[in-house]
Design a protein around this ligand. Structure first.
Ligand code: ADP
Ligand code: ASP
Ligand code: MG
Length: 409
């Protein structure tokens, strides 16, 4: 068995979008191996492949079987691993590619958003022991029922983090198309700054609130098991951002980042009878359908009825509508409205735990831009506001400036 330190390297879709880029990835992987590490590589599907496969399925059936979706989407990553293995062979490296099932990434049975239950490291370690670079298809596993599953959008991050955890890797390197984690999405805010470090809790919040640079669920695992992560660019050798445990100094910064999520829709159920059991009925139906409900607001009742408002992913709006309409009929509520014209804007930072006034500053900044706040929710380290989608980018830029995130500290 090899005694070398293990590095897990994950390359996202843009990083492997063309044959030239795959060759570039092979060079990076080879350089890491030449430094004396055992290397396990996780790759995503080429470029926009996953989106294209989803569109293809949509042309056949707008509500396809989730099992068949997983059969379809998992093919994307299978292409990448084989091509990367070939690119490594071509430059003289020994490498072998595997699907998730082949290396025993066992998941539960919830198709399209499966959770990893266990990974057997035996096969990977055996190949590393032979001196090979091991390449694993991201985003996929095999269920207890021997079915192919996928781990939710952005799920290759989860494959990488989970492998780094079980293999006790020295570092989990996430290679992507930006130089690290920024104070805001650099595609929206031109003067966003790259952070040297960020703690797990902050990254988990940013990711959950719309910063797609890391999959949110992968951050839960990283945080629980203290997996060291380095997010960096596939196109340069510069250091990126280290995601790790928080330290005292991090608390001095009030807001670490601003983020926006334009992928949610709002549901307003009005005239709900104000009696025990009604909210429970509605949200139980939604939970059974596996719909990730986010902000929930119930108003004070007037004349025996109340309104319940919540947000949910726009991508599951069709399923949401089906169950909400059913629940609403049973509850005898007056009306249900669906609104896609929303965006959720958030500021995140562990410094908020010990500093007051962040909410006031956020609301004042939005008011100065005449942007109306339609919903508000807070937690210990974040404040979120729902605003109109058309105002989203302007609002992110304004908040980024108001909290001084453009200034070098
Ligand atoms: P990959 O295909 O490598 O997994 P993703 O597209 O999933 O890449 O994530 C990288 C993208 O995340 C970047 O191109 C960037 O636009 C976006 N992003 C959003 N918020 C942030 C942020 N705070 N810092 C860095 N990137 C961000
Ligand atoms: N290819 C998958 C997706 O686009 C997984 C990933 O890229 O992480 O969601
Ligand atoms: Mg990604």
């Amino acid at each position: 068995m090899s005694k070398k330190d293990i590095i897990v390297q994950k390359f996202g879709g843009t990083s492997v979008a063309t044959p030239e880029r795959i060759k570039n990835v092979a060079k990076k992987v080879s350089a890491c191996k030449r430094k004396g590490y055992d290397v396990v590589v996780v790759v995503s599907a080429l470029g926009e492949t996953t989106d294209e496969l989803i569109k293809l399925a949509d042309q056949i059936d707008t509500d396809p079987s989730e099992r068949e979706m997983d059969m379809l989407l998992s093919t994307g990553e299978q292409i990448s691993v084989a091509l990367l293995a070939m690119a490594l062979h071509k430059i003289g490296e020994e490498a072998i590619s595997f699907t998730g099932a082949q290396v025993g990434i066992m998941t539960d049975t919830s198709h399209t958003k499966a959770r990893i239950l266990d990974i057997s490291t035996e096969r990977i370690k055996k190949e590393l022991g032979k001196g090979k670079i091991v390449i694993v298809a991201g985003f996929q596993g095999i269920s207890l029922h021997h079915e192919i599953t996928t781990l939710g959008r952005g799920g290759s991050d989860m494959t990488a983090v989970a492998l780094a955890k079980v293999l006790k890797a020295k570092m989990c390197e996430i290679y992507t198309d930006v130089k690290g984690i920024y104070t805001a999405d650099p595609r929206i805010v031109g003067n966003a700054r790259k952070l040297d470090t960020i703690c797990y809790d902050e990254m988990l919040e940013l990711a959950s609130l719309g910063a797609q640079v890391m999959q949110a669920r992968s951050m839960e695992v990283a945080s629980k098991f203290n997996v060291p992560i380095h997010v960096r660019s596939s196109f340069s050798d510069d250091n990126g951002t280290i995601i790790g445990k928080e330290d005292k100094k991090m608390e001095e910064v009030l807001v670490r980042g601003v983020t926006v999520n334009k992928g949610e829709a709002r549901v307003i159920v009005s005239g709900v009878p104000d009696k025990p059991g009604e909210a429970s009925r509605l949200f139980e139906y939604l939970a059974k359908e596996n719909i990730n409900v986010d902000m929930i607001i119930q108003n004070k009742s007037t004349s025996g009825t109340t309104d319940i408002t919540f947000t949910a992913p726009e991508s599951s709006l069709a399923r949401t509508q089906k169950v909400v309409d059913k629940a609403s009929k049973e509850m005898g509520s007056a009306e249900v409205k669906y609104d896609k014209d929303i965006a959720k804007l958030s500021v995140v930072g562990i410094g908020m735990r010990s500093h007051a006034g962040v909410a006031a500053k956020m609301f004042k900044c939005l008011a100065s831009k005449k942007i109306n706040i339609e919903m508000i929710s807070t937690s210990e380290i974040k404040i979120s506001c729902v605003i109109k989608r058309k105002d989203a980018d302007e609002a992110v830029k304004a908040l980024h400036k108001a909290f001084g995130l453009d200034k070098v500290r």
